[in-house]
Write a protein that binds this ligand. Structure first.
Ligand code: ZN
Length: 115
């Protein structure tokens, strides 16, 4: 991937990261304000999801530094520019992501045998 493309994705990622951190701080304030257990459990779940998203954005920024950005982690083929424009923190090409999604869907659908 050429330098200009990477710079654009980096700018998007940094902007998304900014928004996430802002939201994160707001959520934290709400979480602290919630005193009942149900509210805290709910807030914790949101924090977990947002923390995961932030981690993905940070990982993408790191891949830009390392030079691995835009390459699928599974098959090492280039991720399509359209996909990166939509999901700049994507770690897999569309084909590998679909395989991963269906694998996870299968896992979620199967009952856990050893609880
Ligand atoms: Zn792939």
């Amino acid at each position: 991937m050429n330098g200009t493309g990477v710079d654009q994705h980096k700018a998007v990622l940094l902007a998304v990261r900014d928004v996430m951190v802002q939201k994160f701080l707001q959520r934290e304030a709400i979480w602290v304000a919630l005193s009942n257990e149900v509210g805290q459990g709910f807030a914790m779940r949101i924090l977990e999801i947002e923390n995961e998203s932030l981690r993905q954005v940070d990982a993408a920024l790191k891949r830009i530094e390392d030079g691995g950005f835009g390459t699928c982690l599974e098959c090492e083929e280039p991720i399509s520019p359209t996909r990166l424009a939509a999901v700049p923190w994507a770690t897999r090409c569309l084909r590998c992501q679909e395989l991963e999604d269906s694998r996870q869907a299968t896992e979620a659908a199967e009952p856990k045998l050893a609880a």
